[in-house]
Design a protein around this ligand. Structure first.
Ligand SMILES: [Zn+2]
Length: 417
């Protein structure tokens, strides 16, 4: 019996190793590649288009005016608002952690910080007369930061840029007091798509196991581990199961625009709301492929799912623990609708490169797909062929409270179901 092919997964990954910014022509190109490869397997992919608010990266600079003068490179936060062309001049203060009180105390100033504002803090920033947020990147990592898509949409835009860690350190050490910020970025409407393919179940075709993962990347990054790898894994899983269909239907969904705020999966859950009850379970694959690393598993579901996943993790040697929580990934919009989900990620040191230009194929190889593939096949085979479907309980109370917190952070109201 031919097994799962890590080599094939790695070959698929190579085909997706280019920058695939959310809502961009390159993202569309990746959707075409996935569709093309699925057609070659004899499957019938369909693309479900949706509108998305997107942004161009633009340019920015931060110039210290007093007590010394020096100009630093910066870049606008995604979904921020530009300054006037000549910039804005204001006092700047370093603040960490951000809190409603620490923000309100800086009225009329810019805030230099390492923290990311959640929905509550975003609202305070918006309403407290803060001139701008200057975010310091983690050491050795230039991340293209953005505000979570839903926040500016719901609460209005604020000004913000990122600067390098080294620059933040120098600015703080030298006691910068007053700065001029120039930032130019544009927001625009664009479109994206989820790619969907089905392998019909042999005896229970109306019961669906959804295998999902996002195929877009952040700007500046080829998004190889995050999440070319999960996308490639899904393609290899489809190649495997097309020859060995299960009792239940396997529906593969490659989500667009995850990186700007889980937009593709929220859109999927919204669009298919009436038919979501057919989806019995989700397996979410986000981040993988690295040669050096370990698998982390997250159950956004019942206690039973977490235990089942953990026992299987030990049985296959893939992992030993399962975290029961919401995840900042495409499983969460489905779990919001009551669908239990298991998310698998594989990372180690290389995980530090995610969302940077360092997320390259250099970290990866076929062996990076071994355990994830072995586990995924076995997991899907069991849930897809189960005589009695074991997961009907919905989310545990612990997971529900984790969901509530996550949704609040991104500015949504969570109604447990
Ligand atoms: Zn990801």
């Amino acid at each position: 019996m031919a097994g799962f092919s890590p080599n094939q997964a790695f070959e698929f990954l190579k085909k997706l190793s280019f920058e695939r910014k959310s809502g961009s022509p390159e993202e569309r190109k990746a959707a075409k590649i996935i569709s093309y490869e699925m057609k070659k397997l004899g499957l019938k992919p369909r693309q479900e288009k949706f509108e998305v608010e997107s942004f161009t990266m633009g340019t920015a600079s931060l110039e210290v005016i007093s007590p010394f003068r020096k100009k630093y490179g910066a870049w606008p936060l995604g979904y921020s608002v530009s300054t006037p062309p000549k910039g804005i001049t204001a006092p700047m203060v370093y603040v960490d952690p951000l809190s409603p009180a620490s923000i309100k105390a800086q009225k009329g100033k810019m805030i230099l910080t390492e923290s990311a504002p959640d929905a509550k803090l975003y609202k305070v920033i918006k309403n407290s007369g803060i001139k701008a947020i200057i975010r310091i990147c983690p050491l050795g990592k230039n991340i293209y930061n953005k505000f979570f898509h839903g926040l500016p949409k719901k609460l209005g835009r604020i000004r913000g840029v990122s600067i390098k860690y080294e620059h933040g350190l120098e600015i703080i050490k030298r006691g910068a007091k007053k700065v001029r910020l120039v930032s130019k970025t544009t927001n625009r409407k664009s479109s994206s798509q989820n790619v969907v393919v089905e392998i019909k179940g042999t005896t229970l075709p109306d019961e669906i196991i959804l295998v999902g993962g996002h195929y877009d990347s952040v700007p500046w990054s080829m998004g190889v581990m995050d999440n070319g790898a999960g996308s490639a894994m899904m393609m290899a899983l489809a190649a495997y199961f097309v020859k060995k269909p299960l009792a239940r239907t396997l529906r593969f969904v490659w989500f667009g625009c995850e990186e700007v705020g889980l937009v593709g999966s929220f859109e999927y859950a919204r669009k298919h709301k009436r038919r979501l009850k057919d989806i019995k379970l989700m397996l979410n694959l986000d981040v993988g492929g690295s040669l050096i690393g370990r698998i982390n598993a997250y159950a956004t579901g019942s206690k039973k799912l977490a235990t089942f996943a953990q026992v299987m993790g030990m049985e296959t040697g893939a992992f030993r623990n399962v975290t029961e929580s919401a995840v900042p990934s495409d499983a969460t919009p489905l779990a919001e609708q009551g669908i239990e989900a298991l998310s698998l990620t594989r990372s180690g040191s290389s995980g530090g490169q995610i969302h940077t230009s360092g997320d390259t194929i250099d970290h990866c190889g076929p062996e990076g797909f071994d355990l994830l593939g072995k586990y995924s096949i076995e997991f899907l085979r069991r849930v897809g062929n189960a005589v009695e479907f074991p997961f009907e309980d919905g989310l545990s109370d612990n997971v529900k409270s984790s969901m509530k917190k996550f949704m609040e952070n991104i500015g949504r109201t969570y109604k447990a179901r």
